[in-house]
Design a protein around this ligand. Structure first.
Ligand code: PEP
Length: 247
């Protein structure tokens, strides 16, 4: 897997009729990057089937921490893997807020995902109030140390820095803010994993689009992006993949 990662999070968007967007993205993945789309759970299996043999990988948006059992409505990491997923987003701020996911929940999900052979795309990020109070760096470091430890498989891990105030708002963190935070995340990961931390892809997420992608990818310690709204169509996502390939 290339360390440059362009990942799309479709959230609760997309019907069967939108699968041709995934076909078009799969047909346009540039060499030198890993491209990944995480559609809603019901589209994982058909998307994986349609993209088999292409460079596009498919992921889930969450999984349960248990391998199986009496958890009505839940999806296990093994089920995602069985459906053809290669990765899963974990700890997204929308799930922390809407479903009350805690750092401990996320730690358990990361372990389950990696045991099932999935890459864990672990999301961290501060609220606007936390940034305004000057605690953004400490908050993100706390999220990392609460959810990761040396038993995690660094080879099956990506970290996505997604400031909550930049998600779906059209506001993007500045290159200075991104560079500062990504350096801090890299140092925090080095404290857990040692030199291996250099190999963990660090993604930025928060209103990334075709216009701002190149500037974001030029920041040190930015290995790619986790993209929400602009991943829903091939027309919007392909230029982001191309900007990453050119970075
Ligand atoms: C996201 O929610 O992961 C995200 C980055 O969304 P958007 O690109 O729409 O801000």
């Amino acid at each position: 897997m290339a360390k440059k990662i362009a990942a799309g999070n479709w959230k609760m968007n997309g019907l069967m009729g939108d699968l041709p967007q995934i076909d078009a993205i799969a047909a346009a993945v540039p060499t030198g990057i890993t491209a990944l789309i995480c559609p809603p759970a019901l589209l994982v299996a058909p998307a994986a089937a349609r993209t088999a043999g292409t460079a596009l990988r498919i992921g889930g948006q969450t999984c349960h921490s248990a391998a199986k059992g009496a958890h009505t409505g839940e999806i296990s990491a093994n089920m995602l893997r069985d459906a053809g997923a290669d990765a899963v987003i974990l700890g997204h701020s929308e799930r922390r807020q809407d479903q009350g996911e805690t750092d401990a929940d996320i730690a358990a999900k990361i372990s389950a995902a990696q045991s099932a052979g999935l890459q864990a795309i672990f999301c961290v990020g501060e609220s606007e109030a936390t940034r305004d109070a000057g605690h953004a760096l400490a908050h993100v470091a706390d999220q990392i140390t609460a959810a990761l430890n040396a038993n995690c498989d660094a080879q099956q891990l990506m970290v996505a820095y997604e400031p909550i105030w930049a998600i779906g708002t059209g506001k993007t963190a500045t290159p200075v803010q991104i560079s500062e935070m990504h350096a801090h995340i890299r140092a925090t990961l080095a404290g857990i994993f040692g030199d291996t931390a250099q190999d963990i892809p660090l993604l930025y997420g928060g209103s990334v689009n075709a216009t701002n992608a190149a500037e974001i990818f030029a920041c040190p310690n930015v290995d790619g992006a986790l993209v929400g709204g602009a991943s829903l169509t091939a027309d919007n996502f392909i230029p982001i993949m191309q900007a990453l390939a050119a970075a």
